[in-house]
Design a protein. Structure first.
Length: 190
């Protein structure tokens, strides 16, 4: 579903399961940060339950793909949906994941489990980076070879800390083209 005649991108920020630490601060930082790349933006706070069948007792983790599927059930009349969870996530073949997205799709999910830190600003910056990264995938961006680009792949929290919350010039240009194309296609549908 779309936002219905709106001239801004509507992002659903979904708390999945237990409340997310500093959720209002995350929302506010994301709003300021993402406007730079996505233009006018409205963030809607939503809630969703965790899919019980996604939990692996053996691993003590949730299957990321199952949370992504749950997000397809969230309406909120949003153009993009990002789920945030305190639960640790995995995908087959990987020990854990920070997040997962549908490439060129609407949904993404980010786990804050390994991003938590006693330093408030470090924690908030990590979450902004990973949400920005996963949203990049929803607009078709792939992983970037520039280790400072927010689209670089992070296999450890140290990698997350090292990268910037921003897109490199190449990824920023690609994102700009894709966001413009998305707006044009959306306008044609209305």
């Amino acid at each position: 579903m779309t936002g219905g005649g709106t001239s801004r991108l509507i992002l659903g920020l979904v708390e999945m399961g237990e409340p997310i630490p500093r959720f209002p601060e995350i929302r506010d930082r994301l709003s300021r940060h993402l406007r730079r790349y996505l233009g006018p933006l409205e963030i809607r706070e939503l809630r969703a339950s965790l899919p019980e069948d996604a939990y692996s007792e053996a691993r003590g983790q949730y299957l990321g793909k199952a949370l992504l599927e749950r997000l397809t059930e969230v309406d909120g009349r949003c153009h993009r949906i990002v789920g945030l969870t305190r639960e640790d996530l995995y995908e087959p073949g990987l020990n854990f994941i920070f997040g997962l997205a549908r490439v060129n799709g609407r949904e993404a999910v980010v786990s804050v489990a390994r991003l938590l830190d006693e330093d408030r600003d470090r924690y908030l910056e990590r979450v902004v980076k990973e949400v920005t990264h996963e949203l990049g995938h929803t607009f078709g961006l792939e992983h970037c070879d520039d280790p400072r680009c927010v689209m670089s792949f992070s296999s450890t929290v140290m990698h997350v800390d090292r990268k910037s919350p921003n897109f490199c010039d190449r990824c920023a240009q690609t994102l700009l083209k894709r966001v413009r194309r998305w707006w044009l296609e959306r306008c044609r549908k209305e």
